[in-house]
Every structure is written in C-alpha cells, then in structure tokens.
Design a protein around this ligand. Structure first.
Ligand code: 5AD
Ligand code: SF4
Length: 529
C-alpha cells in the first residue's frame, strides 16, 4: 500500500455537507404509467423506466430471511451477440471491492460480445462504477459525468451507465434524474448480474433505465470475471452489519452474507491452476465470515486454514474489524506458509471516547492489546490501518490519543482521511464544532507521524533478504522492476522484464519512506510456475 499522504485528496477538499433538497423537487415529472414491474416517468422530455429505486430506510433494515445461493447463467444465449463489434470502457472509483465488481462487469460485457477500449471515441458503452464513502469520491464522479455529457452530444448512440455505491443512494439517483438526464442506465451493487438485461432494455427502449435494489439479493455464483495480471481478488462475503456511525457502506452494500466455503475454495483452486501467484480474500469485515451460516460452524480462521492447503504462493485478506479478530485467526496466520505476514487493521481513532461515538465496539486498550498480540504471534508482520481525523466534536486531547497510538503501534502505512458527513448516517447529524482548518492541520500531523513510523520500520529491513513478487516495471524507470514483499512493502530493484510474475529474493540496500530498494540475489522458483 503506497499513498502519498501529503497529496491526500482530503487536504484539498474541505466542504461541508450539501443541500440535496433541490434534487427532490419532482414537480416537473410526469408519471406515464405504473404497474408491478415499476413506473415510467418523464422528466424534462426524457422518458425514464424505474424498475426499482434505492431507499435508505429499506437499506438499513436487516431481514431475517435466508440468502439463497444461485448457480445460474447470467448471460442467456439471446443476449450473447448484442455487443458484437462494439467496445466498452469502465471507470472505477473506490475500494478493491469495486475493482473486483468491475472485473465481473467486464466479464458480463465480454460474454455479450463487447471488447474493451481506452479510446472514448470508439466506446459504445461507458460505465462509471462509483464510490460513496466520502464526498470527494462523489464529486469526482459528477465531474466525470460533466465531461461525458459532451461526448454523448457528439455520439448520441453511446450508452452511459452509473453503477456501484453511489447508485444505491437516493439523493444521487434523484440528482442524476434531474440534472444528468443523458445517462442511460443506473444500477446498484446488488443487481450487477442484471446488467445484460438492462443494456438490452436501454438499447431497445431508448429510455433511461433505473434498476437499483434496496435490499440485497441472493448470492449469485458463477458470474464471469475478467481478471488480469498475476494477482486476483476473491469475494468471500458481501455487506456489513457493523453500522459504524460515519459509514455509508452498510446502506450501499446490504447485510452480511458469506459465500459457501466450498465455492470460495473451488475458486481459489481454479486461480492457482490458472497460474495466479496471489489471491486477496475480500469482505467489508472478513472477520465476520461464516457468522451467518445456520447449517455449519465455519469461521474465517477455518477458511484461512483451508487456504494453506491450496497450492498458491500468497494469500492475503482485507478488511479486518478489530472487534471480530479472534485468537483462532491469529494462531492460523502464525502458521505462515502461503498466508502472508500482513494485517490491515483499521483503528479509525486512538481515543476511546471517539471510538464510542463511532460505535466501533472496542476501546483504545482492547485495540492495542490485539495489535501487540498479532505482532508477537507473527514476526515481521506488516501492520497497516485506516484513520479518520476530525470526527464531529473531536477535541485536541482526543486527537493526541490518535498520535500516541500511532507511535506506540508503529504502523507500516495508513490510509488517513478527514471525516466526511454521509447523508442518512447517525454521525451526519452530530454536532461538529471542529473547524476545517483544524481538521486539515490534524491530518498533516498524523501523516507526518505515519511517515516517520514507516521510515523507521523500513530502516529495520536494511541488509535483509526478502521475497518479492515482481509485478511490473516501475512507473518512472523501465530498467527498474517493482514488486511487493509478503508484508506488502513496495520494493524497487533492477532486473529483466522476464521476471514479471515471478517470486525473487532481493537484498535491501536503500531505504525510502514509502518504498525500499534492493538488489536481486536469486530467482526463487515460483511455487506453481
Ligand atoms: N468519512 C471519512 N472517512 C471514512 N471512511 C469511511 N467512512 C468515512 C467517512 N464518512 C474511511 C474509514 C474506512 C475507510 C475505508 O474509509 O477509515 O476504514
Ligand atoms: Fe463501514 Fe467498515 Fe464500519 Fe462496516 S465495519 S460500517 S464497512 S467502517
């Protein structure tokens, strides 16, 4: 994980929450028809087919009904030729979960016959897979929509779609309907598998098609995925039930539901067979994996233990919640093998009072105890975190608690953010008396502390020989290769391009803040090359 914290977008933003009421004025909308399949309306001359729309109140509810696992065929034969000779572009914003959803969307589009392009002028369909976690992520998407409006004017047959977390937000969908009527398709995170049908509907009806499910659907297995490179993401669960008071994710991603272990294991085995060198198991809170099973007792620790038996060189996971991180998992991770020494353990704040207001369900002391336990059990572990500064009402002393925690734990790196109010979350209506200037200063101080710790940790690696998975050429210099250690540190070294995709041993001889440099010692044989 590298992050130029000084360039953190949060340092440049600093806006308060917006007034969305203007997007809810539908006085100029005309209802054309309404039945059990949805409603058709007209706004500013554009006909809109709303099959289903987002609703925050429903998104918050956690139904008791079982989630079914469906093994279907997402692209029926009659939709397979629709994209023949046509091209797509997908712009992805946000986290690894979104990146992975994009791989599924690409898989669906390719089964329909579409091919990828980087040239906007050639594209027949452009999708924005969006992120709602902070306001600046949303601003970027609306900025991009502004650019795409011009393209759409030049090329009216271009299909434009908005999907991902922003599509799950009522105010965003209403804003698009009101102000960006040139969009053709809006679909959410729960019904990606419906994309082929929505494309067909938009192509033939020429209407703006909105299909956003407020409640999570079933788990759909066997969706095609277009993966590239030697590293693969694998979803192990969907959704989050933690409802941290600042966070929109439980609304946009629905309730926690785990994939069956046999499906996850089969997918990872298949990736190993295909020659992938690394998998990252994904979930909003992987430590809650399996808690929703009613017929078997099987935890995340059990899953990781089963991962050890698969012949793939490296297995990672993200993200963890400290509250659910248990001793069984620590002892499984300590066995090593293909389970690498990296734990991303978001702390969010070093102050117990703030953690309470965030509803994180652990104290500063409990977190520190856990972090030390992990460090003791897994030598050379890379420990990284997420931290929010300027949570409503955060005092100077409470912020100091974060700095002292960072220095005590000695993280290898961290994603740091200024708190951003998200409509519909409890924190958005908490009183906030911390001026933006103060929040920015806190972010800068925090980034400095993280930097110092990262550098100190890197210095300890001087002279050591580490295993590196070679990922490609460095961005600025073709002669230099870049790769990652098991603990997820970025390493630069000189070597031939043929080494990309291999595991090699590198001796560290120079240390920087966000990466380390070294010299190749031996080319180790990749476990399943
Ligand atoms: N404001 C700022 N940061 C947030 N995060 C989640 N919600 C918000 C918010 N409203 C951060 C948390 C989380 C990471 C993915 O994003 O640190 O761990
Ligand atoms: Fe959001 Fe993570 Fe908290 Fe879930 S555990 S509500 S995803 S911050």
């Amino acid at each position: 994980m590298t992050k130029d914290n000084q360039n953190s977008p949060d340092l440049k933003s600093g806006k308060g929450s917006k007034d969305y009421s203007k997007y809810f004025d539908f006085s100029d909308a005309k209802v054309l028809s309404e039945d059990e399949f949805g409603k058709r309306i007209r706004i500013k001359g554009r006909e809109i087919n709303i099959m289903s729309e987002p609703n925050h109140r429903q998104e918050k509810q956690r139904g008791k009904e079982d989630v079914q696992v469906l093994y279907g065929n997402a692209v029926p034969d009659e939709l397979r030729g629709i994209g023949e000779g046509k091209h797509y572009i997908i712009y992805t914003f946000g986290c690894q979960m979104n990146e992975h959803d994009t791989e599924t969307i690409k898989g669906l589009l390719e089964q329909m016959g579409y091919r990828s392009t980087e040239d906007r002028k050639v594209a027949d369909i452009i999708l924005l897979n969006t992120c709602a976690i902070r306001e600046n992520a949303e601003d970027k998407v609306f900025g991009e929509l502004g650019h795409l409006m011009h393209l759409k004017t030049e090329k009216p047959d271009l299909l434009l779609g908005v999907c991902g977390c922003m599509a799950q937000e009522e105010n965003v969908v209403n804003r698009i309907l009101q102000k960006h009527g040139f969009v053709d398709i809006i679909f959410g995170t729960h019904n990606i598998h419906r994309l082929p049908f929505l494309i067909k509907e938009a192509l033939f009806s020429k209407e703006l098609v909105v299909d956003v499910w407020s409640k999570e659907g079933d788990i759909i297995e066997n969706l095609p995925k277009k993966r590239e490179g030697m590293k693969a993401w694998v979803n192990i669960m969907y959704g989050c039930d933690k409802f941290c008071t600042y966070c929109i994710v439980p609304f946009t991603r629905g309730k926690e539901r785990s994939r069956r272990p046999e499906d996850v294991i089969a997918e990872v085995r298949d990736l190993a067979r295909q020659g992938f060198k690394e998998v990252t198991l994904l979930g909003q809170n992987v430590n809650a994996y399996g808690k929703d099973f009613t017929d078997i007792t099987y935890s995340f620790g059990d899953l990781m233990d089963d991962m050890r038996l698969i012949d793939i060189p490296r297995v990672r996971f993200t993200t963890s919640h400290p509250r659910d991180f248990d001793d069984q998992l620590i002892s499984v991770l300590a066995k090593g093998g293909n389970l690498v020494e990296h734990v991303h353990l978001p702390v969010q704040s070093g102050s117990t009072e703030v953690l309470k207001k965030m509803s994180r369900k652990y104290s500063r002391d409990r977190y520190m105890e856990l972090a030390y336990k992990i460090k003791a059990a897994i030598p050379n572990v890379g420990l990284t975190t997420d931290i929010i500064v300027g949570f409503p009402g955060e005092t100077d002393e409470q912020f100091e608690d974060t700095i002292t925690l960072v220095n005590a734990i000695g993280y290898d790196s961290a994603y740091t953010f200024i708190y951003s109010p998200r409509e519909g979350t409890p924190a958005a209506i908490m009183e906030d008396n911390v001026p933006m200037e103060v929040k920015k200063e806190r972010l800068q101080r925090l980034n400095k502390a993280i930097e110092e710790n990262s550098r100190m940790n890197n210095e300890k690696m001087q002279g050591k020989i580490v295993e590196v998975l070679v990922e490609g050429e460095s961005k600025n210099n073709e002669a230099v290769l870049a790769g990652r250690t098991r603990s997820n540190k970025l390493v630069h070294f000189e070597g031939s391009k043929d080494l990309v995709g291999m595991l090699v041993n590198v001796e560290i001889n120079e240390v920087k803040t966000w990466y380390i440099k070294g010299e190749i010692v031996t080319e180790s044989v990749a476990v399943n090359s």
